[in-house]
Ligand binder design. Structure first.
Ligand code: ADP
Ligand code: TRP
Length: 329
């Protein structure tokens, strides 16, 4: 039987932080290794044009995400790794979906409101239309599953709506994609547990490329609360709950077990150990990243091969779409 298709992507906009690592990347690897899906992972370079953009940096940023993929354990023998802009069918399908998308649906998007800040000069059509391109990325491969963090759920909902609309109007063509979330669907900032860890607020981030010294410093100065003992209470003690979630996700240990170990100890002991857990999990990743980065030809070959595979599938789907639309015979 054909395996269900799974698609996801990450924007090349800067270094990944632990939220991206735990909410997306680590999950990608686990899903790939489950052997249950036909996986496609791409570098969302077209989406990154909606953020601050420097063409001189772009190649480096694209390669950086590809390296993150490989270092985390994505394996081109088990999944297709490619670059979004190398597959014109994504933007071609976007146009078609644009004709089915009411402005009102896009105006409601939290990400658009957050990123534009309702500032007139930042309300760009590209940023506005971002979720429609995302829907195309998914639908062009007939993906059933999309691993993403909590912040992308609204966009995925739009993709599902567009599938229903297209299918109702032009006949059954696309599959409805479902999100796949990790336990760490929303890691919060270390300096403010009410805000999600995000590249747009670097002060609250630990980046996957940070050195052990920097990681120690950031974790030791993470916000906690005025209690004395380590304890888990998501509502009343969000900062502590966030650190415990991080500890658990990086070590694989259950939160209760971690809490029990710190009975009678202070926050400093807990944070010191947490820093070491984060450092040791990232050491392996950083080592592999360094090795892959020495072999630029390999990286290029992997992307070229992935692009070729993805392009073939996407073009075929686009032919079907055009037939359904009466644009071709
Ligand atoms: P950022 O908000 O830092 O710019 P992106 O939007 O590039 O992050 O997100 C890349 C992936 O990482 C997405 O799948 C997103 O859902 C996930 N992600 C981002 N921030 C977090 C977080 N704090 N916790 C969990 N997952 C996250
Ligand atoms: N919007 C996603 C993010 O910011 C990146 C992305 C673009 C994506 N296209 C996608 C994720 C398609 C999943 C599927 O993280």
């Amino acid at each position: 039987m054909k395996k269900a298709v799974l698609v996801s992507g990450i924007q090349p906009t800067g270094n990944l932080h632990l939220g991206n690592y735990l909410g997306a990347l680590k999950n990608f690897v686990a899903l790939q290794n489950s052997g249950k899906y036909e996986c496609f992972f791409f570098v969302a370079d077209l989406h990154s044009m909606t953020e601050e953009y420097n063409p001189k940096e772009k190649q480096k940023q694209i390669m950086n995400v590809a390296l993150d993929y490989l270092a985390a354990g994505l394996d081109p023998k088990k999944c297709v790794i490619f670059q979004q802009s190398a597959i014109p069918a994504h933007t071609e399908l976007m146009w078609v979906l644009n004709t089915l998308t009411p402005m009102g649906e896009l105006e409601r998007m939290t990400q658009f409101k957050d990123k534009s800040g309702d500032i007139q000069e930042k309300r760009m059509v590209g940023l506005f239309d971002y979720p429609v391109l995302m829907a195309s990325d998914i639908l062009i491969y007939d993906a059933k599953f999309v691993p993403v963090g909590h912040d992308q759920l609204q966009h995925l909902e739009l993709a599902r709506t567009l599938v229903r609309k297209f299918n109702a109007k032009f006949g059954n063509t696309f599959a409805e994609p479902k999100p796949l979330m990790t336990n760490v669907e929303r890691l919060m900032s270390l300096d403010d547990p009410t805000k999600k860890m995000s590249k747009s607020r670097p002060a609250g981030c630990v980046f996957v490329d940070d050195s052990p010294e920097v990681i120690r410093k950031k974790i030791m100065s993470a916000v906690t609360d005025s209690e004395r003992e380590v304890g888990y209470d998501k509502e009343a003690r969000p900062a502590m709950a966030n650190l415990l979630m991080l500890y658990s996700a990086m070590s694989g240990e259950k939160i209760d077990m971690i809490v029990n170990r710190y009975i009678g100890k202070g926050y400093a002991d807990f944070k010191r150990d947490l820093a070491e857990v984060v450092i040791s999990s990232l050491t392996e990743f950083q080592k592999k990243k360094k090795e892959f980065s020495k072999n630029k030809t390999l990286l290029k070959t992997i992307l070229e091969k992935g692009n070729k595979t993805a392009r073939k599938i996407a073009e075929k789907k686009m032919e079907t779409v055009k037939r359904k639309l009466g644009l071709s015979k």
